[in-house]
Every structure is written in structure tokens, then in C-alpha cells.
Design a binder for this molecule. Structure first.
Ligand SMILES: [Zn+2]
Length: 86
């Protein structure tokens, strides 16, 4: 009986490792990042500065907000920023 249990355990552990693998961790990080962006957008709504660029304080185009409601930069500032900021 004891050997049966020890034979089953590795497959169970293997499944758990698969569920918590690098891919699952990556998507959890991206969800956390999305949530932070949404919370920042909600905070800007509370302050009354939603829809305005964080960098130049100009209006963020409606098409950008429709594509990403949590957008924090206008097209001009977004295209000029460094890639590693993301
Ligand atoms: Zn701007």
C-alpha cells in the first residue's frame, strides 16, 4: 500500500508544478500590472484628471481611451518614451 502512495505522489506534484509554471506566473504578473493601471486610471477619475496626459497634461485622444481606458499618455508622449518603461 505504501508503495502505491509514493508512486502516485510524483504525478500529483508534476501537475501542481505545471499549474504554477513560468507561464502561469507570467500571466499573474501581467494581471497585476493591468490591475495597477486600472487602479491608477480610477484614481485619476477621482482627482478629475482622467483623460489628460500624465507627461504633458494635454488631452488623450478618445480613440486611445477607447482602445485602452487605462491609457495615461497622449500619442505624442507615448511615441517619444523609452521602450523599457513598459
Ligand atoms: Zn502628452
Amino acid at each position: 500500500m505504501k508503495t502505491n502512495v509514493s508512486l502516485r505522489a510524483p504525478s500529483g506534484l508534476g501537475l501542481a508544478a505545471k499549474e504554477c509554471g513560468p507561464t502561469a506566473r507570467m500571466s499573474l504578473q501581467s494581471y497585476a500590472r493591468k490591475l495597477a493601471r486600472i487602479e491608477a486610471a480610477l484614481s485619476r477619475m477621482d482627482k478629475g484628471c482622467y483623460g489628460f496626459c500624465l507627461t504633458c497634461e494635454g488631452r488623450i485622444g478618445l480613440h486611445r481611451l477607447e482602445a485602452d481606458p487605462a491609457e495615461a499618455m497622449c500619442e505624442t508622449c507615448d511615441s517619444g518614451k523609452d521602450e523599457d518603461v513598459r
